[in-house]
Design a protein around this ligand. Structure first.
Ligand code: CP
Length: 353
């Protein structure tokens, strides 16, 4: 028997969890954070956002909230993955995602080994399948993978039995980025139903945009995508978003704006005349921030290109939550690692008290 319920008191929620008989009380959950009433998770892999139900997304946030409160109470070590070995297979550059997974695994008590593309035998012609099967033969308990090819983590999950977590594949998906972005928005707004979120920039080549569009809509938000028509084609309307090529109009009623960098590494042709021209038309500077509502927040998954899609004054302003996103990346990834491990071992979900 598994149940989870929320009771409301004047200043905060007290969340009582009973999971297979284990009882916990999570105090100080942000009063504005609207959460699921049940824990729903039986996936060993996290490949994308699309297959997840809203309840599954909210289960990740419930676990992340519990880890966040433990972190804030300086109870950083939560050894749910004690004895586990995780391989962080990063075949594309990364700062935030790679380090956040390393920190998350370490906080959970796991040993984590990071392998990068140029340091692996992939450079000698070994296939991804053989690489993954060798990692499993070395008794790793989980693989986290970033790859430039869309679909690579899904393929990996079919060739090894252990959990596979997608840390970004080509222009397809970046599920933990979308989850940490929505988690950050929920901390600000409590719930996302009806909130207007504008995603601005290189949508065409962005796995972050695709994952965020899906995740935000699952949580009830209304998404506008904006930027030059070459990078923000009308075809995206099929995903249920509003496509807007007018910068001012895209900002005016937004509750949050999420900026994306130009992904040169995925573009094989020119989509605008020059970076300078992109900046002059779609760069967010302090004058254009005035088009936003005063309480709107500014987000960016990173890496930011200062002076291109965002000016330093904006990136470092009080409206910016860019570094809060990075910090939330730890607890969201702790939640994902813990939940996938529980599902793989067919164990009940236990969370910090
Ligand atoms: N947001 C993001 O994926 O950043 P990294 O490429 O540094 O991991």
């Amino acid at each position: 028997m598994q149940f989870f319920y929320i009771s409301r008191c004047p200043f905060q929620f007290a969340v009582h969890i009973s999971v297979f008989g284990a009882r916990h009380l999570i105090k100080c959950v942000p009063a504005r954070l609207h959460m699921s009433t049940s824990l729903t998770w039986n996936r060993k892999d996290l490949i994308g956002i699309d297959p997840l139900s809203r309840e599954e997304v909210e289960t990740i946030f419930t676990a992340a909230t519990a880890f966040k409160h433990a972190m804030e109470a300086d109870d950083k070590k939560q050894p749910y993955l004690d004895g586990c070995t995780i391989v962080n297979l990063f075949l594309e550059p990364s700062t935030r995602t790679r380090l956040a997974f390393e920190v998350a695994a370490s906080r959970l008590g796991a040993d984590i080994i990071t392998m990068t593309g140029n340091a692996s035998s992939l450079t000698k012609g070994e296939t991804l399948r053989d690489t993954a099967q060798n990692i499993a033969a070395l008794k790793a308990d989980m693989i986290i993978m970033r790859h430039s090819a869309s679909g690579a983590p899904n393929y990996l999950s079919k060739v090894v039995d252990i959990p596979v977590i997608n840390a970004g594949d080509g222009s397809h998906s970046h599920p933990t980025q979308a989850l940490l972005d929505s988690f950050t928005l929920l901390e600000k707004f409590g719930r996302l139903d009806g909130k207007k979120i504008t995603i601005l920039g290189d949508i065409l080549f962005s796995r972050v945009a695709r994952s965020n569009i899906i995740c935000l809509q699952k949580l009830g938000a209304r998404v506008t995508i904006a930027g030059p028509s070459t990078l923000v084609p009308k075809a995206f309307e099929a995903m249920g978003v509003k496509v807007c090529h007018d910068f001012r109009e895209a900002l005016e009623d937004a509750d949050a704006v999420m900026l994306l960098r130009i992904q040169h590494e995925r573009q094989s042709s020119t989509h605008f005349p020059s970076l300078g021209e992109y900046t002059s038309m779609f760069g967010l500077n302090k004058e254009r921030v005035k088009w936003l509502k005063p309480d709107a927040i500014i987000m960016h998954p990173g890496p930011i290109n200062r002076g291109v899609e965002i000016d330093s004054e904006v990136a470092d302003s009080d409206q910016s939550v860019i570094l809060q996103q990075v910090t939330n990346g730890i607890v969201v990834r702790m939640a994902v690692l813990h939940l996938c491990r529980c599902a793989y071992k067919n164990q009940p979900i236990d969370l910090p008290a």
